[in-house]
Design a protein around this ligand. Structure first.
Ligand SMILES: [Zn+2]
Length: 254
């Protein structure tokens, strides 16, 4: 049976007989691994569709227990990502993140659309590409069922309004904001994943959640905000999704 799918390449490796195994994130079938004898280095249309940061249409033969890419056609190539180190680093972290959070054969069409938005924005972004990556990651939390609690203390349920000026303490361990009383207790218990940022973490998270990715093409976070956001997201994704793509790129920031 031949199936047709839109997709982006997550990774590839050489296998026997001059063939390659391509891992695709497809809109219709989720993540799938398919073999192909199309040579990536050739100049054919199908070869172009196997390059990184390309959105393409694939004709895939579905055998009894394996997929094989017969042909492919580029819908859009985000080649400008490869021309800028900042774009390249953040887009590569995005690909690694997708590869780790997606389950083989489970469609995630909303996440797919969001991924295309991300690629489009990264390819046009002039500075601060990391903000796009943070926004993307925060947006995926709800889709992946691991959204943090931002409405009330995740521990005791008290609303921030009950504390006059509200509160802005974030507990990675508990998965959301936490009131000063509970924070005191956790601190005594030795919770090291408690963050007390100087900025309003609820507003920042909600901002990432609610605005389209495109908005963040022009948003450059202050260094202290960006560092703390990265640290919180890094710990959070590691704890709830078992993936941490932010730690590896943190050393590259100026
Ligand atoms: Zn509480």
């Amino acid at each position: 049976m031949i199936i047709n799918a839109e997709g982006i390449v997550l990774r590839q490796r050489k296998i026997a007989n001059n063939r390659r195994m391509i891992v695709l994130f497809t809109k219709q079938y989720g993540k799938l691994s398919a073999g192909t004898s199309v040579n990536e280095k050739s100049r054919s249309k199908a070869a172009l569709a196997l390059r990184p940061f390309t959105y393409a249409e694939y004709d895939i033969f579905k055998g009894r227990d394996a997929y094989s890419i017969n042909s492919a056609q580029v819908n859009k190539s985000f080649y400008s990502i490869g021309e800028d180190i900042d774009r390249f680093i953040n887009a590569s972290a995005f690909i690694e993140y997708l590869d780790k959070v997606l389950e083989e054969g489970v469609p995630a069409p909303k996440l797919f659309d969001l991924s295309l938005e991300f690629l489009q924005s990264v390819s046009e972004c002039r500075s601060g590409t990391d903000t796009l990556l943070y926004a993307f990651i925060v947006k995926t939390f709800r889709m992946l069922g691991v959204a943090p609690e931002l409405g009330c203390c995740v521990n005791c349920g008290k609303a921030p309004e009950k504390f006059g000026g509200g509160f802005k303490i974030f507990s990675v361990t508990d998965g959301g904001i936490i009131c000063p009383d509970c924070a005191e207790e956790e601190k005594r218990a030795g919770d090291s994943l408690l963050y007390r940022p100087d900025f309003d973490i609820i507003t920042v998270f909600r901002y990432f959640e609610s605005k389209p990715i495109k908005t963040f093409e022009k948003v450059d976070l202050k260094p202290e905000v960006r560092n703390e956001v990265r640290e919180i997201l890094s710990e959070y994704t590691e704890r709830y999704l078992g993936v941490d793509v932010l730690k590896s790129i943190s050393g590259l920031e100026v």
